[in-house]
Design a protein around this ligand. Structure first.
Ligand code: FAD
Ligand code: MLT
Ligand code: ZN
Length: 475
C-alpha cells in the first residue's frame, strides 16, 4: 500500500487484518465485502475523478450494528468512510487510502409517516426518489429534489446538506430536518430523532451533523418535515438574450408569481449544446445565449395558470424573454426538467470535468463564467455556467479532453480568489469533501476553521471518521 496519494500522507491507522474481517463476518454475516472486483465501484466517485483502495466494505442494517462496527474500529484505530449513494461531487464519499467503507445501502426502512404533521422518519439509506414516490402516494413530497435522486440516500443528503432544485421553495435541510439519530466515532448512539416543529431545549446538536460530510458521526436515521404535493405544477422554459435579462426576468417573476414560484434555474447556451450533443435532447425554444426554467407549484390550476400567463405576457412584451414554451402535463414537465437536470451527466461525456459550486451575489454570478472563459481560452474544451439562480448558486464547470494539471493550476486558486473577492462561498451546496479542503479558508476565517477542528477532535479524538476530508490537517 502506498503511503502517499494525491499529495496526502496516510495517517497511522491500523490496517484491516484477517481477524478484523472475521469479527465483522460474525456480527453481520454475508454483508462483509472483501472481493476486489465488487469493491471497485465503491472506491471511485461518481465523477471518476478520485479513487481509493479500500479492501473492505460493511453493510449494516441497523443502528446497533453501526454502533458495534464503530466501537470496534475506534478500539482498533481503523479509519472509516461513511458512504451513501456515492453521488457526491467533491470526493468525500470514497476512501483516500484503505479506509473501511461503511455503506448505508441496506438501511432503507421507513419507520413512520404522519399524514397530519407531514413528518417522515426513516433510516439513512433510503433512496431520495423512493421516499418521494412513497410520499406522493399519500399526497406529500420530499422537501428536496436533485438530479441524483435515483441513487443518493437521505443520510448522504443530510451529511452534505444538499440543496437542489426545490430549495427556493422549501428552504434548506437546516430547516426541514427535525431530528437525527447519529452514531459517534466511539460507537455511542445519539438519539436526537425528535419529530417536533419546535424544540428549544439546549444546543441544536443535529445542526452540527447536517453538512458534516461524515467527519463527526454516522447518520443512521432522519426525521424530516415534508410538504403537501402541490395540486398544480406548471413549467416555463424561456430564452433570454443576456444575463442581465435573466436577472430582470427573475425579479419580475418573483414579483408577479409570488408564493407559487417554486424554482428558478438558469443555463447558458453551452450547456444546451452539451445536452443536445451528448444526450440527444432537443431544445424546445430557439437558440438563445441563456435559458431559464421557471416552475410554479400551487393548489389552484386556474389561478396559477392565469398568474403565469400574465407574467409571460409581460416578459415577452417587454423583451425580457424572446422565446419560450410552457408545460402543464407531467410528460412535458419531465422533458423540460431533463434539459436542466441532465447537464451534469452531459458534462461527463464531454471529457474530464473540473466542477465548481459557488455562491455569489446574484448580480455577479455570471461574471465568473465570463472571466474564467477569457482566462482559459482554448486550453479548455468547454466552460459552462448553470445553476440555482434563485438561490444565488452558480455551477461553473470546465471540461478538457483529459485531466491536465496545467489547466487545474490556471483555474485554482483563480476561481476561489475571485469568489472570495465578492464575499461568495467556494461551496454552495456540494460540500468540501476531499477536493476543496485546502481551500476552505477562502470562505471561512481561520478562527472558524480552528473551532471546527476542535469540534472534530472532541467528537472523534482518534480522527477515524472520514479522515483527509473537509478540514485542512491541523499541522
Ligand atoms: P455520498 O456521495 O455517498 O456521500 C457524500 C458525503 O456524505 C461523504 O462525505 C460521505 O462520507 C457522507 N455520508 C454519506 N452518508 C452518510 C451518513 N449516513 N452519515 C454520515 N455521513 C454520510 N447536490 C446538491 O446539493 N444539489 C444538487 O442539485 C445536486 N445534484 C446532483 C446531480 C447529480 C447528477 C449528481 C451526480 C450529484 C448531485 N449532487 C447535488 C451531489 C450529491 O448528489 C449530493 O451531495 C448528495 O446529497 C449525496 O448523497 P449520497 O447519498 O450520494 O452521499
Ligand atoms: C446541479 O444543480 O445540477 C447539481 O448540483 C449538479 C452539478 O452541479 O452538476
Ligand atoms: Zn446544484
Amino acid at each position: 500500500l502506498t503511503s502517499e496519494r494525491y499529495g496526502v500522507r496516510r495517517l497511522p491507522f491500523s490496517r484491516v487484518s484477517d481477524g478484523d474481517v472475521a469479527f465483522f463476518e460474525q456480527i453481520m454475516p454475508g454483508r462483509v465485502i472483501t472481493n476486489a472486483e465488487e469493491l471497485k465501484p465503491f472506491n471511485v466517485d461518481w465523477l471518476k475523478s478520485v479513487r481509493g483502495c479500500s479492501k473492505l466494505m460493511l453493510k449494516p442494517q441497523t443502528t446497533a450494528e453501526v454502533s458495534e462496527v464503530l466501537r470496534y474500529c475506534y478500539e482498533r484505530n481503523l479509519a472509516v468512510n461513511p458512504q451513501g449513494g456515492n453521488t457526491g461531487l467533491v470526493g468525500g464519499s470514497v476512501p483516500v487510502f484503505d479506509e473501511i467503507i461503511l455503506s448505508t445501502v441496506l438501511m432503507n426502512r421507513i419507520t413512520s409517516f404522519d399524514k397530519v404533521s407531514g413528518i417522515l422518519v426513516c433510516q439513512a439509506g433510503c433512496v431520495l426518489e423512493k421516499l418521494n414516490e412513497y410520499l406522493e402516494e399519500q399526497g406529500f413530497i420530499m422537501p428536496l429534489d436533485l438530479g441524483a435522486k435515483g441513487s443518493c440516500h437521505i443520510g448522504g443528503n443530510v451529511a452534505t446538506n444538499a440543496g437542489g432544485l426545490r430549495l427556493l421553495r422549501y428552504g434548506s435541510l437546516r430547516g426541514t430536518v427535525l431530528g437525527l439519530e447519529v452514531v459517534l466515532a466511539d460507537g455511542s448512539a445519539l438519539d436526537c430523532l425528535a419529530s417536533l416543529r419546535k424544540d428549544n431545549t439546549g444546543y441544536d446538536l443535529k445542526q452540527l451533523f447536517i453538512g458534516s460530510e461524515g467527519t463527526l458521526g454516522v447518520i443512521t436515521a432522519v426525521s424530516i418535515l415534508c410538504p403537501q404535493k402541490p395540486k398544480s405544477v406548471n413549467l416555463a422554459f424561456l430564452g433570454c438574450q443576456s444575463f442581465a435579462k435573466v436577472l430582470e426576468t427573475f425579479a419580475t417573476c418573483r414579483a408577479m408569481l409570488g408564493e407559487i414560484l417554486s424554482a428558478y434555474e438558469f443555463m447558458d447556451e453551452k450547456c444546451m449544446e452539451l445536452v443536445e450533443r451528448h444526450l440527444k435532447l432537443t431544445s424546445p425554444v430557439t437558440d438563445s445565449p441563456f435559458y431559464v426554467l421557471i416552475e410554479t407549484s400551487g393548489s389552484n390550476s386556474t389561478h396559477d395558470e392565469e398568474k403565469l400567463n400574465n407574467f409571460l405576457e409581460q416578459a415577452m412584451n417587454s423583451g425580457l424573454v424572446t422565446d419560450g414554451t410552457v408545460a402543464t402535463d407531467e410528460k412535458k414537465i419531465k422533458m423540460l426538467w431533463s434539459l436542466r437536470e441532465r447537464i451534469t451527466e452531459a458534462l461527463t461525456h464531454d471529457g474530464y470535468v473540473y466542477k465548481y459550486d459557488i455562491s455569489l451575489p446574484v448580480g455577479k454570478l455570471y461574471d465568473l463564467v465570463t472571466d474564467t472563459r477569457a482566462r482559459l481560452g482554448p486550453s479548455a474544451k468547454s466552460v459552462v455556467g448553470y445553476g440555482h439562480l434563485g438561490d444565488g448558486n452558480l455551477h461553473l464547470n470546465v471540461t478538457a479532453e483529459s485531466y491536465n494539471h496545467f489547466l487545474l493550476d490556471a483555474i485554482e486558486p483563480f476561481v476561489y480568489e475571485w469568489t472570495a473577492r465578492y464575499n461568495g462561498s467556494i461551496s454552495a451546496e456540494h460540500g468540501v469533501g476531499f477536493k476543496k479542503k485546502q481551500f476552505i479558508q477562502y470562505s471561512k476565517p481561520k478562527e472558524a476553521v480552528h473551532l471546527m477542528q476542535r469540534f472534530k477532535a472532541m467528537l472523534d479524538p482518534k480522527g477515524i471518521l472520514n479522515p483527509y476530508k473537509m478540514l485542512p490537517s491541523s499541522s
